[in-house]
Design a protein around this ligand. Sequence first.
Ligand code: PGA
Length: 248
Amino acid sequence: MARRRIIAGNWKMNKTPSEAVALCAELKDLVVNDAVDVVYCVPAIDIVPVAEAVKGTNVHVGAENFYIEDKGAFTGEISAPMLKEAGVEYVIIGHSERRDIFGENDILINAKVKKAFASGLTPILCCGESLALRKAGTYKEWIKRQIEWDLTDVTADQVKTLVIAYEPIWAIGTGETATADQAQEVCKMIRETIAEMYDAATAEAVRIQYGGSMNAGNAAELLAKEDIDGGLIGGASLKPDFGKIVNA
Ligand code: PGA
């Protein structure tokens, strides 16, 4: 299996610019691992100082959000060309907090995926079910539909470079992690969905992360699973623990 592991921190709405630079310094020696892609997805205002702080290290910079137009009257938004010029390589799209708190739907998320690719940014596309869907037993159908909607008109060559993050909403920030078997079951199903939508080579290439209370204690077991190629880490990305996950 030739997929390269990708461990991304999702800092969410945490760290002022000076705190962000301090965190980069704190983590610098802990996140060294040439076999892993390490990404810090940071608040928009932290992008420029973080890009400067990680220069010359193995850390890549990601954004947590953007809008689909290049410029214009979109008060409060930030564009792909702005991110690119600042040194951003990855962008989180469709996080459950964007979907639930900010009302982003799959039509917008699909447009963002296409715009990210057109702009030379690599999407980290999030999907995942609520606790109600998990309990109802319909979570796999739900996630499959999210993937199909969000990748409408996205090409196989693009999907080969895509990162998908499976994040069960009931495990985000709750301390309740999906078991490694639960996470593997869905990540495998996502890969099978990609195989159905595209082909075996595309499914083999796409990288799939697990996210939801991943930490220094449970990362190794999750990352050992065949279809889990990395993690999207919230709370633990703000602590030295993140280095342990990178090196799990
Ligand atoms: P968590 O967040 O690790 O704090 O659960 C993960 C995420 O929301 O990306």
